[in-house]
Design a protein around this ligand. Structure first.
Ligand code: ADE
Length: 245
């Protein structure tokens, strides 16, 4: 989201804008690491284009996706963070030619996230979430009624739909009982990275429960909670990586 990107750019001392395919790619350093920061845009195709440009034009050696998602599984609540271990496109359905959710001609419905990056991100999430007041202030905690935020690891599902009815959320939970949360890009970027053999990780802050109340105050949540989580988490992860010359 734009608010997350702005927070990151404010911490990049040397970012240069490079415009490709109508997108602004910000090339520079963050915590001493060479990075390219970009908005994925919304939806599977837009995010797949952005990912492809990152790999083809900028030679990215890994892609880490941050953003927000709707919680599906019981106990995945607003303010929690999901680090994906695998990702699936819930609206892919070429049945009866191929099993539901399978990507035609790939024989695959679930893309594995990189375990090393996932483990490193999870370690910093556990640390950063310990003190949400320090991160977003007491007002932010009160405004969004955050309880002790939790880390979840598992299946993240993506589709070209903002899930905003309880009926659809229940249908997805029945169809994919191990899905933790739903968003609109991750699994398409995972597919691009799979095809290029590049490590991929995704980390999402839960902004809603993908139910009848899901539209809520989305922009405000991203600005107050998710962008600060992303900044702290990406910062802590990058700061822990070995220096690159
Ligand atoms: N991103 C954040 N919340 C979402 C939802 N409910 N459905 C799809 N994408 C989301």
């Amino acid at each position: 989201m734009r608010e997350e990107l702005s927070a990151l750019l404010a911490q990049m001392p040397d970012e240069q804008r490079v415009r490709v395919a109508g997108r602004d790619f910000w090339v520079g350093h963050l915590h001493g690491q060479p990075v390219v920061a970009v908005l994925s845009r919304i939806g599977k195709v837009a995010a797949a284009i952005t990912a492809t440009v990152l790999l083809e034009r900028f030679g990215a050696r890994a892609i880490v996706f941050t953003g927000v998602a709707g919680g599906l599984a019981p106990g995945v609540n607003v303010g929690d963070v999901v680090v994906a271990t695998e990702l699936l496109q819930h609206d892919m359905d070429a049945s009866p030619l191929f099993p539901k959710h399978e990507i035609p001609l790939m024989g695959l419905s679930r893309f594995a996230a990189d375990p090393d990056i996932g483990n490193a991100l999870s370690a910093v999430v556990a640390d950063v979430l310990r003190d949400p007041v320090a991160l977003i202030g007491q007002e932010g905690v009160d405004e969004f009624g955050l309880q002790a935020p939790k880390l979840h690891r598992g299946l993240l599902i993506s589709g070209d739909r903002f899930v905003s009815t309880t009926a659809e959320s229940i249908a997805l939970q029945h169809e994919l009982p191990d899905a933790l949360a739903v968003e609109m890009e991750g699994a398409s970027v995972a597919q691009v990275c799979h095809d290029y053999g590049v490590p991929f990780a995704a980390m999402r802050t839960i902004s809603d429960r993908a139910d009848d109340a899901a539209h809520g105050d989305f922009a405000c949540f991203v600005a107050v909670v998710a962008s600060r989580y992303s900044l702290a988490l990406i910062g802590a992860w990058l700061a822990g990586l070995p220096a690159v010359n």
